[in-house]
Design a protein around this ligand. Sequence first.
Ligand code: UN1
Length: 507
Amino acid sequence: MPLTDLMPTHSDILTACGLSEATTSAGSLNVYTPVDGSLIASLATHSVADAEAQIAAAKEAFKSWRLVPAPRRGELVRLLGEELRREKENLGRLVTLECGKIYQEGLGEVQEMIDICDFAVGLSRQLYGLTIASERPGHAMRETWHPMGTCGVITAFNFPVAPWCWNAALALVCGDPVIWKPSEKTPLTALAVQVICERVMADFGDDAPAGLIQTLVGERELGEALTASKDVALISATGSVPMGQAVARDMSTRLGRTILELGGNNAMIVAPSADLEMALRAIVFSAVGTAGQRCTTLRRLIVHEDIYDALIPRLVKAYQGLPIGDPLVDGSLVGPLIDTEAMTAMARALEQAKTEGGTVHGGGQALGDDFPNAAYVHPSIVEMPTQSAIMHHETFAPILYVVKYKDLDEAIALQNDVPQGLSSCIFSTDVRETETFLSAAGSDCGIANVNIGPSGAEIGGAFGGEKETGGGRESGSDAWKAYMRRQTNTINYSRELPLAQGIKFDI
Ligand code: UN1
């Protein structure tokens, strides 16, 4: 029997995730799989009135959820992690079907969800405040953390499930209900996660109020309903810079809180002392993984002139051997772009790079005749004479621009001289160079790595970056604080009423 006969069909993948025919043919939002460009579902969408009803339900849920002890809230997230472990293969395959990343990366994304659940469960017993020394006798000061309110989560197509979970797992243990507005390109994975959450809430019992975890399927106006409502305390948004600017603008009119994780234009500096074998592997994974559609994708390679000729021809050769193809099939390393528009944007960027003096290796359509409606491309390496205009721009496609440098200060200046500030890295075995790169005068990004690529961050660290990347931090470290409100308490247990700063005010 040919291997393909053993592969689950598209509808098998949907039904394994609890998405029945009735759900997937209920409406007018067409969902196409980038795997072959075919229609896989037509979903019913929510209206703005539905969004308002969800916001009202979340407001009600908040009243009781904030009073559930945090470790008990952690139990809900523990159950979610357990269920995700059980569903890892099914959901990972659906991630692949819906957004086109290879199955290994689909599994990796679900693993990121599981990891952040584990992290949040531990955190649910560690939402620590402070005790602070008061300047007044018989007084105590402390800082406490309280639930914040409803958290709206807006996510992008390229990581359709993990960023929801970074936000939701933390928000839930912090006492906040969650409303999710996924990308209209990837609503099926969101619905599949919502199915899992419904099961988990039912298992958890009465402490989980209706309206605790909800999902809105549809277009932009649903996100706008979230940003418009004063009953949504916090919006965490992942996606493009224009989307983040719109969210920030709307939220600023009501001074609501935001966590923004927007574009990246991530670089690697390869220094003369670098281990080139390691660098080569890191470059290929971080530049072509997820077909160049991660916010952490390596987009700029800044190579010392002494090793340029030892590295770049090998890299070009490695690109030529990359297996491009169906992301559900074992062995493919490069799947399709999300849609043909993305392929057009890639072609346009390559044209501009050429007009700016670039030499293009690879690129253009791959497997075109097999799947006319899908967007398989050859990843590109573009040797650039200088870091010109196109290199300041994030094109969501596998294009790696390469420039030469002479000394480290110049390389760091190039690394920092773009509008975005998400992730960065250096390959070097010289501690003077690596520590300079990590110092205050080094990389200006939220993430700076040594001897690993810029993508594939673990959940334990805070994730996000500066400048046009938006400044937000999600996931590990103390990112949880953004989901809670801080309260400073001063308690007078004396029989006097001394004023701070020694002010006399006797009546
Ligand atoms: C994204 O592309 O929006 O560090 C997130 C990484 C992944 C997350 C990427 N852990 O590449």
